[in-house]
Design a protein around this ligand. Sequence first.
Ligand SMILES: Nc1ncnc2c1ncn2[C@@H]1O[C@H](COP(=O)(O)OP(=O)(O)OP(=O)(O)O)[C@@H](O)[C@H]1O
Length: 317
Amino acid sequence: MIEAVELTKRFGDKTAVDRVSFTAEPGTVTGFLGPNGAGKSTTMRMIMGLDRPTGGSVRVNGRAYRDLGAPLCEVGALLDAKGMHGSRSARAHLTQLAVSNGIPTKRVNEVLEMTGLMNVARKRVKGFSLGMGQRLGIAAAMLGDPGVLVLDEPVNGLDPEGVKWVRETCRALASQGRTVFISSHLMSEMAQTADQLLVIARGRILARGPVDEIIAQATSDVVRVVSPQADTLAQALASRGVETSSPSPGTLTTTAAPAHVVGDIAAAARVTLHELTTQHASLEEAYLTLTSGETEYTTGQATGGSAPARQQAPATV
Ligand SMILES: Nc1ncnc2c1ncn2[C@@H]1O[C@H](COP(=O)(O)OP(=O)(O)OP(=O)(O)O)[C@@H](O)[C@H]1O
């Protein structure tokens, strides 16, 4: 597992990571979400021993990275897919990495197979597309068959098939009992991939927990009701303390009561309903609520900007 306790990193007077504590557990995909400059990459670099904490600590399987006997066999990372060069083939790159880390070279074929790169194994890495580079980065992370994986924006720039592949790979790795720690900007993707979320902004953890709890904590479900007697219904609801809005004639919305309560009040008032639906918030909406005003870089409209349209169907989480 990964355990961070009061983890802090300052660059001069800039605090990039500010007393961050969390645990990423085996068998779980933990999604690490936050706006640009939130401190995600710096946190991941400290996990991998590439940046030294200014304060606090982070341990992988109970030890600091520098104290791991065979680091690649305990924790694999995709931190910068462009970090590999260039004139070597994918196979040569992985073989060199295996040899220098005491990993049997037969493992190279296994990770090439696993990441779908076998057909391009002889191709030079500099000719790789972004998606192939990301796959090669994940192959390198998997080389030591580690129990812990740290993936920084692994779906960046991938086409839908590549995104789906990363999602399924993360789920499969977690189901094998591995700890998967993954950052991403793609909310809908994280909602489908992660079991647990950590939301970070300006170096601090804003929220943590299962995806559906984060959505429930940061947002309210909206009940939408359509009725030919909307005015009568609005009065009946108001008399029971349920305030409504009317976005269009014949339609009412409320966050003050769940759908079954609205339905019961309508029945008691003998009001005909043509529609009664609960509109669930998305993770994107929860994320925008949580990080409103917390982004370091904005265009002037993105910060706390308009929430995305609600999904009528229950959110897939
Ligand atoms: N080597 C460095 N020297 C100075 N400041 C740095 C350094 N590395 C990161 N920072 C600053 O620390 C803050 C956190 O950066 P970090 O790259 O960890 O954020 P991030 O959440 O990964 O962002 P992004 O999603 O844009 O990659 C930013 O303000 C960044 O400018």
